[in-house]
Design a protein around this ligand. Structure first.
Ligand code: AMP
Ligand code: ZN
Length: 464
């Protein structure tokens, strides 16, 4: 039974989807005004592991991830660069998809754009106005009246809050100490993009966008909603208020939030200027998948501090996994091995139990390592089991088979070296070994003959 920590109840709960064997899930996506930093990407990796785990456990997943393509930061950037907002968002949307692809993040079913759903957003605001949950301020913008929604503050755990009557905020982001009526529709400003609506020209606020688009694709009530912990307040609190006030139904059953990536103990953030991007990672010679491996080393609800040293050991950890898988293939081609089926079943169950325990990926990685090192499981069975586990991990472990395609000229050198060794010409044999190494390959002499593998130190071995 899958158990998930629900932010709404602050408890680990048994997961029961609304529809049998089917999960509907919404994920807050990027605001495409700039390149994502690796903190953002940590959250997307967590959400991908959740999706993959649900699939591994046999659920059919329908996942929606919005793209926020109209927002203050985008408008400012467009002004700065003297461009239309569409020109700015196009560049960063493309970059976002490249980044998530190189992290082996699975595509979700729908990526709705805010600008393509203004109709749905306006309809939702209209229904909130009709029901008395929203009002037009004297500035012309439409606000949500939080004093009308009695459950306001339940997600973040505000308890009884003193709300200044009528105090409101038109910015999308604000803190727990500054609880206010929040903006649903921002009235038109000169030089800013706007859409027509029954309440005058303007553009949607950030929070209403996610309520409108999630319910458009997933229905009034769905199973899981995710984001980073900073999304809990005000964004997700406001999503609940807007959606439940409009429908009278429970919006989402399970709220899951990923913890932050830190640098030097501080949250990585654009505003703190302490961030790195995936391009920085690659420029320093690391593979994007090494970053994924690094992220998988911590539970999604634990803070994780980023250092280049930690990334270095993640990369060598991943490289060793690929190498071990290559070695297992080599062994399975050279001999027959015994296989303890009962043990295989036990270790598979151990892996599954870790995944089911609120996505304990460090625990599931430990199960993988046990499979790898157990002498009572045959090499081919090990590979089968580990590739199955990789459906959850998404480390592209099958890439080991690409790496194990050794070029003919390297193989020829190694065969040459073997002949020299057999003839006891060790000095010459060693010269050939050095030659092989200088070409980026290492040779390990095993009882089944030489095992050849690309040298880890050769940074040019990037996944293509
Ligand atoms: P944003 O583009 O700021 O809306 O952020 C996109 C996603 O990244 C959201 O789900 C945030 O919660 C998440 N996020 C922002 N900063 C961090 C961080 N330092 N570590 C992990 N996730 C983050
Ligand atoms: Zn959102």
């Amino acid at each position: 039974m899958l158990r998930l920590q629900n932010t709404l109840t602050r408890k680990k709960e048994n997961f029961k989807p609304i529809r049998k064997q089917e999960v509907r899930m919404y994920t807050c996506g990027p605001t495409v005004y700039d390149v994502a930093h690796i903190g953002n990407l940590r959250t997307y990796v967590f959400e991908d592991v959740l999706r993959r785990s649900l699939e591994f456990l046999g659920y059919k997943v329908t996942q929606v991830m919005n793209i926020t393509d109209v927002e203050d930061k985008i408008i400012n950037k467009a002004k700065e660069q003297k461009k239309r907002i569409g020109e700015v968002t196009k560049v960063y949307t493309k970059k976002f998809f490249e980044d998530i692809k190189s992290l082996n993040i699975e595509e979700v079913e729908v990526y709705p754009l805010a600008t393509a759903h203004v109709k749905e957003i306006v309809e939702l605001i209209q229904s909130l106005m009709k029901k008395g949950f929203a009002y037009q301020g004297d500035d012309g913008s439409i606000y949500f009246d939080i004093s009308k929604f009695k459950k306001y503050g339940k997600l973040v755990g505000l308890g009884k809050i003193a709300i200044k009557d009528g105090a409101r905020v038109s910015a999308d982001e604000y803190s727990k100490d500054n609880v206010r009526d929040f903006v649903l529709w921002k009235t038109k400003k000169k030089g800013e993009p706007s859409w027509r609506s029954p309440f005058g020209g303007g553009r949607p606020g950030w929070h209403i966008e996610c309520s409108a688009m999630s319910m458009r694709y997933l229905g009034k009530s769905f199973d899981i909603h995710t984001g980073g912990v900073d999304n809990i307040f005000p964004h997700h609190e406001n999503e609940i208020a807007q959606s439940e006030a409009a429908t009278g139904k429970k919006f989402v059953n399970y709220w899951l939030h990923g913890e932050h990536l830190l640098v030097g103990g501080e949250r990585m953030a654009k505003s703190a200027k302490n961030f790195f991007t995936l391009d920085d990672v690659e420029k320093r010679g690391y593979m994007p998948l090494a970053f994924r491996y690094f992220v998988l080393g911590a539970h999604y609800r634990s803070k994780l501090n980023f250092t280049w040293t930690a990334l270095e050991s993640a990369q060598s950890g991943l490289w060793n996994l690929w190498r071990e898988l290559g070695r297992l293939k080599f062994l399975s081609e050279h001999d027959k091995f015994k296989n303890n089926r009962e043990l295989v079943g036990k270790l598979e169950a151990l892996f599954k139990a870790a995944v089911e325990d609120d996505l304990n990926i460090p625990g599931s990685m430990a199960a993988l390592r046990r499979v790898m090192s157990d002498p009572d499981i045959s090499p081919s069975e090990k590979r089968r089991l580990i590739f199955k586990m990789d459906k959850v991990l998404g480390l592209d472990l099958a890439y080991a088979d690409v790496l194990s395609k050794i070029p003919v000229h390297i193989k020829a050198l190694v065969v040459g070296r073997e002949l020299l060794r057999r003839n006891q010409q060790f000095v010459k044999a060693d010269t050939l070994r050095h030659k092989v190494e200088s070409l980026g390959y290492e040779v390990e002499d095993t009882s089944y003959g030489p095992f050849i593998w690309p040298n880890y130190n050769r940074k040019s071995h990037h996944k293509t």
